[in-house]
Each structure stands twice: as structure tokens, then as C-alpha cells.
Write a protein that binds this ligand. Structure first.
Ligand code: SF4
Length: 425
């Protein structure tokens, strides 16, 4: 690990530019795309409009399932006008779905803008439907609406909805929180197993039968930086958070593992024996992949809440300079350890007034701009090099084995741009 405090101090106490205005971010329904793959016995039923159904279909892209684990109960004009009882319709839809799909063990009713506008009480619907379909199916609800949530907040809302129904335990257990691709999750469990920690529970678990529980002796670590509500819900159940930088890159992964190792009293020798080789591999992979990044500047528009840990990774491990690091929300408890490591200098901003932020990006002319799909094309047309923020959420990027790929995600557009310049010359 490098020194904890960067030269000139970190960014935890830096002034934060807070702006509220028009924003360019997906709504929380997007999280269903990765959550339905993770939770193999769950179904996500969006109570929404045709727009919501289209968003899900296009976000799901080319993934075609014979029996997908998400769908939309479309609110028609009559529902919206209050001419039909939406609850009766919903009960009928759910009964039809569960009769056809006995593999479903957890059903999430996901609220949307239309269901919120006409005030369908999905919490009441979830309670009623649980009574009807228990014990085989557990029904929960959360909101993925664009009024209440941005992009990754959908996962946060989903996991937070599960916390109150987790079983009680007094066991001293480590709970790891955040949806990761299975292969990455397996790598994480292997690393923790190698330092002697194997009494581990996961949220979300792959199946409801997995016995995830929580109580006063639970300690938990987050694998994703956008889980503020879930963090609060776990604290309410008496669990304790292990604060750490997020496991992106060699340094971030080592610090995340070290925080857990310290909590469980793992010796320095055991820690080094388990991590030295993968750290070395990660360092070499990053050095190779970040050839086009060193000495370049980066500007983050707020999108997924991954911005602060990724800025820490790019500046400390890939030699970049951050001009602005925008995040939809900044939670000191979650993002503080990464802010401590981010050298003073960049503008830290929370929220968005997109036109003002575009002006700042145009004035700064960064070498690389990380932004949403809607902003990338216009900025490319103006000669800026961009990276779609959404790819960082859909691609496996955590822990040592993915550290080189993570640097590669940022260097690819830079390399492409320099090749295009060469061809044009
Ligand atoms: Fe659009 Fe709202 Fe539906 Fe999201 S929830 S797709 S923002 S209507």
C-alpha cells in the first residue's frame, strides 16, 4: 500500500460544489438488469408504463431469455385514470405469473414514475401478496422510479428492502453487501478464505434458501459505493460497518481486504502470504493497461456513485490527474476513506446542473470524460474523448484479477483516439 495521506492532503474536507438542476442519469429500474442475473430465484415485476418496459428491454440489450426474470405489469390508461382497481389487477397478474413460474421464490414489486404518480401503495400490495403466496414466495417492494432514484440507487433500494426480513443471528459473522458477478464473488471469497475468514454471508445471496442473517455481532463490508440506504438499514439492525476504500485496483483491493483482516485479527504474515502474488499480478496488469493514461486528465460527470473510488484508482494507480469528480450523492461514511486518498486538487461536486457542468468540462478540455450515454456523443462531436459510465457498472471491475481490465476500460478510448489521429495525419 502507498502512504495513507496523499501529499497536500486528501479531499474529505475539500469544499463540495452542490448543484441541483436538470440531470442526465438513468432511473433505478436499470439495476434490474444485473440483479435478476444475480438472484437466481427472484423475479422483478415493474409496475409501470410502456416506457418502463421499453427502458428495460433496451437496457437488457441482446440478452434474450426464454423465461426472463423480469417483466412489467403495464398500467393502462384506465388504471392511470383510476377507473380500475389497480390492486385487483396486480393480484391477478401476480397469481398468473407465480402459477406459471414455480421457480420464483422472491418477487419484487418495483415502483416506477407512473405507479408513484397515481400512488399505488406497493408496500401494502407486497404484504397482502406475501400472505397469499407464503411460504413458497416472499414478496417485497422498492422504488426504481426516476422521480426517486438514479441508476445504481435501484440496487440500493432493492437490498435495503431485504434487510428487515433477514433472519436474526447472534453469531459473529462477516456480511458482504453488494451484487457482484458470480466469478468475481468467488474470487473475493477465495481471497478472504486464504486469510482465514470463511464465516461469510452475502447480500444478495444467489438464492433465498441461503441463510443470510444479521444481528448485533454482524460486521459488514460494502463492495459497492452506492449502498447508502442498505448501510443505514443494516445499522438499524445492529450490524457494524467496516469502513474502507472500495476494492478497485491493487491498492483499493488491498486496503479493503486489510480493513477486514484487521477486524478479524489476521496476522501480517498470513495477509502477505495470501495477497502478495495477486497484488503483484494486479500491479503489472495495471502498469501495462495504463500506458495511455499516465499524465492525462479526467473529468467525471455524476452517474453511478462509483466516481470517487474510480478517481482515486486513476490518480493513484494510473498516473492521471482529476479535474472534476462528480457524484450523484456523497456519503461521508461510505466515500470518506476514498476521499482521504484522493489528492487535493480536483473539484468535488455532488448532484448536477448538467448545462453548468458541461460548460466546466468544455472549459477544462479534459483528456478523458466519464459520462452517461446521452452526453457522450455530443462531447465526442466537440472533440472530447469519452467513456460511458454505464460500462463500469456492467463490466466485472472489482478485486485484483480485474484491476488490469479496469485500467483498460479507461485506456481503450484514449488509444482509439490516438490511432484515429495517426490515421488522419
Ligand atoms: Fe421512465 Fe420513470 Fe419508467 Fe424510469 S420509472 S423508465 S424514468 S417512466
Amino acid at each position: 500500500m502507498n502512504d495513507l495521506t496523499p501529499l497536500g492532503g486528501g479531499c474529505r474536507t475539500a469544499p463540495v460544489l452542490k448543484q441541483r438542476g436538470q440531470r442526465e442519469v438513468f432511473c433505478g429500474l436499470t439495476g434490474i438488469i444485473w440483479l435478476h442475473r444475480k438472484m437466481q430465484d427472484a423475479f422483478f415485476l415493474v409496475v409501470g408504463s410502456r416506457t418502463c418496459a421499453h427502458l428495460l428491454q433496451s437496457a437488457a440489450g441482446v440478452m434474450i431469455f426464454a423465461e426472463p426474470r423480469f417483466g412489467t405489469a403495464i398500467l393502462e390508461e384506465q388504471d392511470l385514470a383510476g377507473m380500475k382497481d389497480a390492486h385487483t389487477e396486480l393480484d391477478r397478474e401476480v397469481a398468473r405469473l407465480l402459477a406459471r413460474r414455480p421457480d420464483i421464490r422472491q418477487l419484487f414489486l418495483v415502483g416506477s414514475c407512473p405507479s408513484e404518480v397515481i400512488k399505488i401503495d406497493l408496500a401494502r400490495a407486497a404484504e397482502r401478496l406475501t400472505q397469499i403466496h407464503a411460504p413458497h414466495v416472499r414478496v417485497l417492494n422498492y422504488s426504481g422510479s426516476g422521480i426517486e432514484t438514479t441508476f445504481t440507487e435501484g440496487e440500493d433500494a432493492c437490498l435495503a428492502s431485504m434487510v428487515p426480513v433477514l433472519k436474526d443471528t447472534t453469531a459473529r459473522e462477516l456480511l458482504l453487501v453488494g451484487a457482484l458477478p458470480d466469478v468475481v464473488e468467488d474470487q473475493m471469497l477465495a481471497l478472504l478464505g486464504a486469510i482465514g475468514i470463511d464465516n461469510i454471508r452475502l447480500l444478495p445471496a444467489r438464492r433465498i434458501d441461503d441463510t443470510t442473517a444479521v444481528g448485533p455481532n454482524t460486521v459488514f463490508a460494502l463492495t459497492q459505493p452506492f449502498l447508502g440506504e442498505t448501510h443505514a438499514a443494516l445499522m438499524r439492525r445492529g450490524a457494524r460497518h467496516i469502513a474502507a476504500p472500495f476494492p478497485f485496483g491493487e491498492d483499493g483491493t488491498t486496503r479493503w481486504l486489510q480493513a477486514i483482516a484487521t477486524e478479524f485479527g489476521v496476522s501480517a504474515e498470513v495477509f502477505a502470504a495470501a495477497t502478495d502474488a495477486p497484488r503483484d499480478r494486479a500491479r503489472r496488469a495495471i502498469a501495462q493497461a495504463s500506458e495511455h493514461l499516465a499524465g492525462k486528465s479526467v473529468f467525471f460527470f455524476p452517474d453511478s456513485q462509483l466516481e470517487i473510488p474510480l478517481a482515486r484508482f486513476l490518480t493513484r494507480e494510473c498516473g492521471m490527474t482529476a479535474i472534476e469528480v462528480g457524484s450523484p450523492y456523497i456519503h461521508d461514511t461510505l466515500h470518506g476513506p476514498d476521499l482521504d486518498l484522493l489528492a487535493a486538487g480536483p473539484q468535488i461536486s455532488e448532484g448536477q446542473d448538467v448545462d453548468l457542468q458541461l460548460d466546466r468540462a468544455r472549459a477544462a478540455r479534459p483528456d478523458l470524460t466519464i459520462c452517461g450515454l446521452g452526453l457522450a456523443n455530443p462531447l465526442e462531436a466537440e472533440g472530447l474523448t469519452t467513456k460511458w459510465a454505464i460500462e463500469l457498472v456492467f463490466t466485472p471491475v472489482h478485486f485484483y484479477e480485474q484491476a488490469g481490465d479496469l485500467a483498460g476500460l479507461f485506456s481503450r478510448p484514449m488509444r482509439r483516439k490516438s490511432l484515429l489521429r495517426l490515421e488522419a495525419a
